[in-house]
Design a protein around this ligand. Structure first.
Ligand code: AMP
Length: 273
């Protein structure tokens, strides 16, 4: 496996590749959710490149950038074991200049839900993803459905900017208790982990209700919130793929997005109808 540290390393590596290239961007502290992205890429592309970069541009001033879990040696071993062809592990200075450009996603997408809580988050995500796409020139890119708003915004950015890359959504990987895997789960202690399990329970009940014919958003949201009783809910809504709240859930056209905050740890989960 090649370890690429600078944009120049990537350019040289990329120029030697012919055939399809799959790309999975990550912030490291890799787990089996990330592995699902890598496996999809390995299955459908000649080569696979994974980036590991805790992107400072997507963290707000009061957020967890400095304490975000980092495990670069373990992550490199993880990628090697998975069969990844190259990892890109840049320093922030290699990615961002002293004077840099910015990209502004539309307000309707980036100032709602996660964006209402983290105002410059999606501008930071779009900037790094666009930079990486331009540098890496992947045929396919892989994004988890767990970060639903991120996935929808990246899909819209790729379409709006005529980017020559296919965005592939990947199903949510869960642990044995159905909690969606996340690097931030490492922040949970035993008690907060136990309380966090209300989140997959809520998702499960919504899925069940929908399968039994309940479509009204108010009713599905009520069911989810009853399971989340006592927890700090940041949002719990049913939306379409333009991130607009809708009156009823529609199969393959809508999703429920939930974010809760347990003892300062923000956890996301969602259900795609
Ligand atoms: P992160 O390292 O948290 O920025 O995540 C990198 C990519 O992995 C994103 O596209 C995430 O949506 C995806 N991802 C993270 N957790 C999971 C999971 N449990 N299942 C599937 N994909 C995930």
């Amino acid at each position: 496996m090649d370890i690429l540290k600078t944009p120049n390393d990537v350019k040289k590596w990329r120029n030697k590749i012919d055939g399809s290239l799959g790309f999975a961007p990550t912030m490291g502290a890799l787990h089996d959710g990330h592995l699902k992205l890598f496996k999809e890429s390995l299955k459908h592309n000649k080569k696979t490149l994974v980036s590991i970069f805790v992107n400072p541009a997507q963290f707000g001033a009061n957020e967890d950038f400095s304490k975000y879990p980092r495990n670069i040696d373990g992550d490199i071993k993880f990628c090697k074991k998975a069969g990844v062809d190259a990892v890109f592990v840049p320093e922030a200075e290699g990615i961002y200049g002293e004077l840099d450009f910015s990209i502004l996603p539309p307000n309707a997408l980036c100032s709602v839900f996660e964006g209402a809580i983290r105002p410059s988050h999606f501008a930071g995500v779009c900037l790094v993803v666009l930079k990486f796409f331009n540098l890496i020139r992947p045929t396919n890119a892989y994004f988890g459905k767990k970060d639903a708003q991120q996935l929808l915004i990246i899909q819209k950015m790729a379409a709006a900017l005529f980017l020559d890359v296919k965005i592939n959504p990947i199903e949510i990987m869960r642990d044995k208790n159905n909690l969606a895997l996340s690097s931030r789960n490492a922040y949970l202690n035993k008690d907060s982990y136990k309380r966090a399990l209300a989140l997959p329970r809520a998702i499960g009940r919504v899925q069940n209700a929908f399968e039994n014919g309940i479509q009204y958003s108010t009713e599905l949201i009520r069911i989810a919130k009853s399971e989340l009783d006592g927890l700090k809910i940041d949002y719990c809504e049913i939306i379409d793929f333009n991130l607009k709240k809708i009156a009823s859930a529609k199969e393959k056209k809508s999703l429920m997005i939930i974010a809760i905050n347990i003892d300062g740890v923000r956890l996301l989960d969602n259900f795609w109808f």
